[in-house]
Design a protein around this ligand. Structure first.
Ligand code: NA7
Length: 543
């Protein structure tokens, strides 16, 4: 094995996994169990992936803790105690560290090791993987467990290097950062910005929230996890884990926690105004997501948006702030739903100012703050909550070369092309876990990661059994899958013409507008992936 900082060439191992987040940790454990020598390279200083990096105040998962945990080990499931309905970052990080220790994973994980390049050697049928420190490792298989939301996006704002205060990014927050008593400018109101707003407001002298697009966000109703709910989940864990793979988003809902994405039973188009107001009285913000037809019918969706805006009006005191916070012109369900704790209420605080960038955008960063077309805001700290280059960003930042030296970046320049979100033609023995073309970010990422790792593991074992060296999709099968993925997304709120989301790459200047995840849901996807496997991996070519 190469040592950090060295430039030693090593004996070929079976699998290199990139990333020690939830997918990479399980990949290491599972591939080892199957008898494949495996090592993991991780850019971060610890394990946990998303839950290592996103340490900003208020960082929390929007899937219930009991559901957002591994199902592969009954013992692990029984012994780990979750404390809150929705897990905070610290608890998730502790959980993944526990997993690394419990399954003796650390001896094969190289932390602080960023992979910079990977090249397929056609004569030897191996991948040569290079790290920033100059290590070179060869492996038969390369598994990118790099995560769909891990390549941070910081907009290019002129003057940023002149700012005399401190600059942070939510996804690269450092422990021990103290911003209390400061004038903070927060840019971005997606999930990260919404989660951190109340926390920053509680300690800031003054918080300025720079909002480009108002957000649909629902109260999480987070709180301590009921011990009886936890005991029931553990008692029924086999059934629960089976159910997770049989429901659309990989979340059973059986813990009673709110799941924003689940549709209701009644059609809003068949409701009267009185029905809708009664729903509002009873369910508050949730009234906007309790209908059966809002995900498919734009008119129905607009009625739900009215209910949402009415709730903002009932929550926020200043009518001008209400107007600024009210989303218009794009449907509920176009972007990933956000869940929050006291987000809208925070704008009633005296020390919080909402800067609506639609009334005048950011011109530049100055030595002392942010200059907008509306005026200058004096700041001590700027926090970027500006999101990620989703699904393709992390893989694209590594120089991956397949057959004939072709770059994966080029192969995906008009949008990612994969078979099942797992492999790309021309890049033999390279896999992406929860990659574009699979349900990925639309579903419970732990369940999706486990399913992918198990599918890849079964393929590797099958190849060993059949004496095969390489696997990659045929172009025909890949083209058909890409077409299928595109068709599935057509006519949904996700691809509405008014929708600009990171699912579509719309947050990255120049990125092709392609809906990247597969929208048919986990059960349908698993059925298709299993059918391929059962049919001797139809659509994949072997040598
Ligand atoms: P998101 O959801 O991509 O949110 C990024 C936010 O940053 C969003 O409000 C953007 O506005 C805003 N943004 C991006 N660039 C700029 C510029 N140049 N100026 C002003 N505002 C900007 O990222 P998150 O980290 O919050 O969440 C990502 C996912 O992680 C989330 O969906 C969960 O799945 C977990 P925009 O809406 O593009 O106008």
């Amino acid at each position: 094995m190469a040592t950090a900082g060295g430039s030693e060439r090593t004996a070929t191992i079976d699998v290199v996994v990139v990333g020690a987040g939830m997918a990479g940790l399980y990949a290491l454990h599972h591939f080892r169990e199957l008898g494949f020598s495996t090592i993991v390279f991780e850019a971060g200083g610890g394990v946990g992936g998303t839950w290592y990096w996103n340490r900003y105040p208020g960082a929390r998962c929007d899937v219930p803790s009991l559901e957002y945990s591994y199902g592969f080990s009954k013992e692990l499931e029984q012994e780990w105690e979750w404390t809150e309905v929705f897990p905070p970052q610290e608890e998730l990080e502790r959980y993944f560290n526990h997993v690394a220790d419990r399954f003796d994973l650390r001896r094969d994980i190289r932390l602080n090791t960023r992979v910079t390049a990977a090249t397929f050697d056609e004569d030897a049928s191996t991948w040569t993987v290079e790290t920033e420190a100059g290590d070179v490792v060869t492996s038969r298989f390369l598994v990118m467990a790099t995560g769909p939301l891990s390549a941070p996006m910081r907009p290019d704002m002129p003057g940023l290097d002149t700012f005399k205060g401190r600059v942070f990014q939510t996804s690269q927050w450092e422990d021990g950062t103290d911003v209390s008593g400061m004038r903070i400018g927060l840019i971005g109101t997606g999930s990260s910005g919404v989660q951190t707003t109340p926390e920053l407001a509680a300690v800031a002298e003054q918080l300025f929230v720079f909002q480009r697009t108002p957000t649909y966000t629902w109260p999480s109703r987070n709180g301590p996890l009921d011990p009886e709910v936890q005991a029931a989940w553990k008692r029924d864990c086999v059934e629960n884990r089976r159910m997770q793979r049989e429901v659309f988003a990989g979340v059973t809902g059986s813990t009673g926690a709110i799941i924003v994405a689940l549709p209701g039973e009644k059609a809003i188009l068949e409701s009267t105004e009185d029905d809708r107001l009664a729903m509002l009285e009873e369910h508050g913000f949730d009234a906007s997501r309790k209908w059966s037809d809002t995900a498919t019918n734009p008119e129905a969706n607009e009625l739900a948006c009215d209910l949402f805006r009415e709730m903002i009006r009932r929550t926020v005191h200043d009518p001008d702030v209400v107007e600024k916070l009210s989303p218009r012109g794009y449907p509920i369900g176009c972007k990933r739903p956000v869940v929050d704790t006291n987000y809208f209420e925070t704008f009633n605080r005296d020390n919080v100012t909402l800067v609506d960038l639609r009334r005048g955008g950011i011109e530049r960063i100055t030595e002392t703050g942010i200059q907008t077309e509306q005026g200058h805001f004096d700041l001590d700290v700027i926090v970027f909550a500006t999101g990620f280059d989703a699904l393709t960003g992390a893989v694209g930042r590594i120089d991956i070369r397949g057959r004939d030296g072709a770059a994966l970046r080029d192969a995906w320049s008009s949008g990612p092309r994969t078979l099942l979100g797992l492999q790309c033609a021309g890049f033999p023995n390279l896999f992406t876990v929860t990659g574009p073309g699979s349900p990925s970010v639309l579903v419970n990422m732990v369940v999706a990661s486990e399913q992918h790792v198990e599918w890849i593991g079964a393929l590797l074992a099958w190849m060993r059994e059949h004496g095969l060296t390489t696997v990659e999709p045929t172009l025909d099968a890949q083209d058909a899958w890409v077409e299928h993925v595109n068709q599935a997304a057509e006519g949904t709120m996700w691809t509405a013409p008014s929708c600009n989301s990171w699912y579509l790459g719309a947050n990255i200047p120049g990125k092709p507008r392609v809906f990247m995840p597969y929208v048919a849901g986990l059960p349908e996807y698993i059925k298709e992936a299993d059918a391929v496997a059962a049919n001797d991996y139809e659509g994949f070519a072997f040598s």
